[in-house]
Every structure is written in structure tokens, then in C-alpha cells.
Design a binder for this molecule. Structure first.
Ligand code: NCD
Length: 353
């Protein structure tokens, strides 16, 4: 399985190939089996050090990475910015180098500014050290492990034995809410459109700006990408083979996005990132874009709901729906997170590059 993997860092899903997605899904599925045993631990990363450098707050992502590293028998270091030397003026790169000097093998990094994990990865490469860097959420840029756990949650539901990207082909997936500020949405746009699913974004125009229509364009030799689904397949493309087949639609009302949807992913209104008044009120938002039982009737009868958490109960989604196992995959997402993060740490640790 690791033959198809030569990624030392996981920073973005923009250039992930179908083989890489499938490798993550299959590896996570074998770790899911490990996690169902009485002894939920394997010696894979014994003697290695995984440092969780979370410069921004987190509940599930940080704990999930910590547990994943522990289940692989790694030693874990947890960094808390409030009580660290950052408060004494140390730079982020110096903090990373401090962890490097202690023998860290992998760094899991979250930061409120986009690009910090990339900058640390560049520094590790420049120093010629084999330290893998994993982006656990950087500003409004990307959150690859979240999108991969979402993908794993959906594909294991469709086929628990063989979760794979192609299971999503032609499924309709609605992503509803604050797309503008969401790194989860950006990573999911890459993975879900790579699967051949139809992805429909819905939210108020202030939170789903028109520029997202061009989001899943691929970089080309000319430097600029092509509009999603606007060109015929071009087998001569030297870049991602998926470049011309991504299906992405934007809606400024909920109904067309929900109609016959197979999966609905709701996103938190990220009030901490809203610099101006983008919404009349939370009540108004719920009235227009909140997911309720009534609105779900528009979807495929087997529709399932996802939310990366944390949830504003009664805003993005009605409170009772969130806890309804017939529809909600929210706790499965959290459970999947551990297996997927074990897979990522394992694959990065075994990368030959
Ligand atoms: C998300 C994040 O931090 O980007 N949460 C998460 O990691 N599960 C989404 C959010 O904060 O709304």
C-alpha cells in the first residue's frame, strides 16, 4: 500500500492523486480494525516523537492526533502557546527548531495564519532533516486531515470493506454555510470533486462568493487554472489527471443544493474570522440556511449529515437533528478521525522521500 505513497509532508489536498486518496482510505480502514480490538495499539511508530504544535485552539483535532500517535506507540509532545516561550518573543520557526533539536520526527501544526505549516516544512527541508510536517488547519487555507476523515466517514458508510474514492462518483454532496472562512470546505472541495461527486455550495452571497466557482482549477503551465468543468478532458495534461472533470456548483439559496442530495455537510459560522457584518443575524441565517427535518425532505431519503464541529446548535443545524443517528454522521466523523490520522502518520513515517 505504501508503494503509492511518497509524500513526506501533508500540507494540502490540491495535488492529491486518486491513488493517494485510496491509499489513505485503505490504510485508515486497517487501523479502524485495530481500534476495534481490545488492545487498540500497534508498535508502528515506537521510539518516534510526534509533536503537536497547536498555535490555535482545538478540541477534537488536537486530541485526535494525540491519540492517533499514541495508538501507534509514538511519544507525543504537546505544545500550548499560552504557556510557551512564544509569549517571550520566540519566533514560530525557532519554536519548531527547538522541537527538532529534541529529536522530533513529525510535527502536526495548526496556526491561525495560512502558510505556517508550509513555512515550517520548507525550513525542515532546507535543514536537510527528515521531519514530516502535517497541516492540522492553517488560517482559511486548508485542513487536509479533516477532509480525509470526512471522505473516510462517507466511503466506509457506502462500503465498509473497501472504502475508495470512486464510490462517490455521481453522488450529490451539498456543503452549506460559511464557505468563505472555512479551511475545511477548501480541503473538501479538492477531495470531493476529485471523487467525481457533484459538489453544491450553498450560503449567503457574503459567505459563498462567486470566486469559489473557479476554486478547483488546477495550476497549469501557463500559471493560471481553468474554470471547473469548463473544458474537455485533455489527456496530455502533465498535472493532476482530474483537472478537467471536477463538478462544482454555487447557490445562494438552500433548496437547489439540497434537492436529491446524498450528503449534506454543514459548516460553522466562523464568527471569530468575520471582520465585517456579513449576516443580518443568526436567527435570520437559521431561517434561510439552517438544516432542519423539514428541509431534509428535499434530499435523497437516505441522506446523511456531516459537520466538522464545533457546532453552533440551532444555527447551522437544528439541535435534535444533530443527535439523530438516522441522519447524523457527526460522531462517526470524530471516531474516523483517529484511524485517518493514524494512517497519515504511518504513511508519512514510511515515506521514502
Ligand atoms: C474546524 C477548524 O478548526 O477548522 N474544526 C475542526 O477542526 N474540527 C472547523 C471550525 O472551526 O468550524
Amino acid at each position: 500500500m505504501t508503494d503509492t505513497w511518497n509524500r513526506h509532508h501533508v500540507l494540502s489536498l490540491a495535488d492529491f492523486t486518486p491513488d493517494e486518496y485510496d491509499t489513505v482510505l485503505q490504510t485508515a480502514n486497517s487501523f479502524r480494525e485495530v481500534l476495534s480490538r481490545r488492545t487498540k495499539k500497534v508498535p508502528t511508530l515506537q521510539g518516534q516523537v510526534v509533536a503537536n504544535l497547536f498555535f490555535e485552539s482545538s478540541t477534537r483535532t488536537r486530541s485526535s492526533f494525540e491519540l492517533a500517535a499514541k495508538r501507534l506507540s509514538a511519544d507525543t509532545l504537546n505544545f500550548a502557546p499560552g504557556s510557551s516561550s512564544l509569549t517571550k518573543g520566540e519566533t514560530i520557526l525557532d519554536t519548531a527548531k527547538t522541537y527538532l533539536a529534541m529529536g522530533t520526527d513529525m510535527m502536526v501544526i495548526r496556526h491561525r495564519e495560512a502558510g505556517v505549516p508550509q513555512a515550517i516544512a520548507n525550513e525542515m527541508d532546507r535543514l536537510g532533516v527528515k521531519v514530516g510536517v502535517l497541516n492540522a488547519g492553517d488560517g482559511q487555507h486548508e485542513h487536509p486531515s479533516q477532509a480525509l476523515l470526512d471522505l473516510f466517514t462517507i466511503t466506509t458508510l457506502l462500503d465498509p470493506n473497501q472504502p475508495q474514492l470512486s464510490l462517490l462518483k455521481d453522488k450529490k454532496i451539498a456543503i452549506v454555510g460559511d464557505i468563505l472562512h472555512s479551511r475545511v470546505a477548501r480541503s473538501n472541495l479538492w477531495s470531493l470533486t476529485a471523487s467525481g461527486a457533484e459538489v453544491h455550495l450553498a450560503g449567503p452571497p457574503t459567505l459563498v462568493p462567486q470566486l469559489f466557482a473557479d476554486f478547483v482549477k488546477e495550476p497549469t503551465d501557463e500559471g493560471l487554472g481553468l474554470k471547473a468543468s469548463s473544458k474537455q478532458p485533455d489527456s496530455s495534461s502533465s498535472l493532476n489527471p482530474l483537472a478537467f472533470s471536477r463538478k462544482l456548483f454555487l447557490h445562494w439559496s438552500l433548496e437547489p443544493a439540497l434537492r436529491n442530495a446524498d450528503f449534506v455537510m454543514t459548516l460553522r459560522l466562523q464568527k471569530e474570522r468575520m471582520t465585517s457584518h456579513l449576516l443580518p443575524s443568526l436567527r435570520e441565517y437559521h431561517q434561510q440556511f439552517g438544516i432542519t427535518r423539514d428541509r431534509l425532505k428535499l434530499c435523497n431519503p437516505d441522506v446523511k449529515l456531516l459537520h466538522p464541529g464545533p457546532v453552533n446548535r440551532g444555527v447551522e443545524i437544528s439541535s435534535d437533528l444533530m443527535d439523530d443517528p438516522q441522519f447524523s454522521l457527526i460522531s462517526q466523523q470524530v471516531t474516523s478521525g483517529v484511524a485517518v490520522r493514524m494512517a497519515l502518520l504511518y504513511l508519512m513515517g514510511s515515506s521514502k522521500v
